[in-house]
Design a protein around this ligand. Structure first.
Ligand code: FO1
Length: 333
């Protein structure tokens, strides 16, 4: 295998990619060429306009992580960050104050916004930013069009009993501590895949769905018109890794999001949600954690090649082993 395409959200996808690249460079991935090329199709529905700046959390998390600029503890934003701009905005009483805009990170948003204002599409802006960061992958936004995930939450003070907020407010300010009443993916139905996205899927030898949020990260990428069909019909093998281990999401708010769309919060539930290609779904193979080994037989029955391996991305080496298991699962199939 030489051409690998990874659909990616934020932290989970970025961590997986670091392990995948480690596996390629250390030649520990069976069936994968040492010069394998990786294309990342990143979620942009988390994006938010703040203080006149376009912030692209999932694109930046992948770019900073693979470019070694990420803050390793937070998993987002820049290492060695300072917060003077944020403090000054607060001093002016300018909202939102709940979103952590770091000084170094602001420079990325200034360059991006300047280029967008000059008429460059997000895909070209991302390529320009990556010339500095050299992430070692081709990083593509899922679309150049504006898409935003909005979340309806209960609000006793409003006549409808609900209010709609941006995904970032739900995740960052509310810490996902309230149930999701409904989700709206504003602009998604009218979005067009960014240049190179469909080709990256149909021309790949392997397509990977890493342990990102199946609803607001991978779900949004798949729901860009044309993308799901491209995954369904690509000659590549398609393999996914469960973001749910032992009935709990490893990180983030997958529980709230899966519940909102009526999908069981389990490794098997997410695997069935993506579906087996044999029955019109997306996956040739689905990796679950060892704690969910009892789900393998049932998944096999539903037409999915499944295996149980350690899925905690505790180090690039551990993640590379996950990537190797994913390749192994589908290479023979
Ligand atoms: N996540 C937080 O939990 N708190 C923040 O203040 C925060 C700021 C932030 C700024 C830039 C950026 O690229 C990401 C940021 N994130 C923050 C992460 C962001 O919410 C991501 O969307 C999530 O990680 C989900 O992908």
């Amino acid at each position: 295998m030489r051409d690998i395409t990874v659909l990616s959200g934020g932290m989970g996808g970025a961590k997986f990619l670091r392990g995948l690249l480690h596996g390629i460079s250390s030649r520990t991935l069976p069936h994968v060429h040492p010069d394998a090329r990786v294309t990342v199709v990143a979620n942009t529905a988390d994006d938010i306009w703040l203080h006149g700046l376009k912030v692209c959390p999932d694109l930046d998390t992948v770019m900073y992580t693979l470019g070694d600029g990420i803050d390793p503890d937070r998993g987002w934003g820049r290492r060695d960050e300072t917060w003077s701009v944020k403090a000054e905005l607060e001093a002016y009483g300018v909202e939102p104050t709940w979103f952590g805009l770091g000084d170094r990170d602001v420079a990325t948003h200034l360059v991006r916004t300047q280029m967008l204002d000059a008429g460059y599409p997000l895909s070209k802006v991302t390529a320009a930013l990556c010339r500095r960061w050299q992430p070692g992958v081709t990083l593509l936004p899922m679309t150049d069009d504006r898409v935003e995930t909005h979340v309806a939450v209960a609000d006793p003070d409003s006549p409808s009993g609900r209010r709609v907020i941006h995904f970032q407010e739900y995740w960052v300010r509310l810490r996902a501590q309230v149930p999701v009443e409904a989700l709206a993916f504003v602009g998604l139905d009218q979005a067009t895949p960014a240049p190179g996205v469909l080709e990256a899927i149909s021309g790949a030898d392997l397509v990977i769905l890493p342990p990102s949020n199946p609803v607001v990260s991978l779900g949004t990428i798949l729901d860009v018109p044309g993308v799901r069909d491209a995954v369904r019909t690509t000659p590549a093998k398609v393999v996914g890794l469960s973001p749910i281990v032992g009935g709990e999401p490893v990180h983030g708010m997958a529980r709230q999001m899966l519940t909102a769309i009526g999908v069981e919060v389990s490794a098997a539930g997410v695997g069935r949600h993506y579906g087996a290609r044999r029955s019109g779904g997306l996956l040739d193979g689905w990796l679950v954690d060892e704690t969910d080994a009892d789900a393998v037989a049932g998944l096999q029955v539903s037409g999915l090649d499944a295996a149980a391996v350690p899925l905690m991305m505790t180090s690039p080496e551990a993640t590379a082993a996950m990537a190797a298991a994913a390749v192994q699962l589908v290479a023979g199939a």
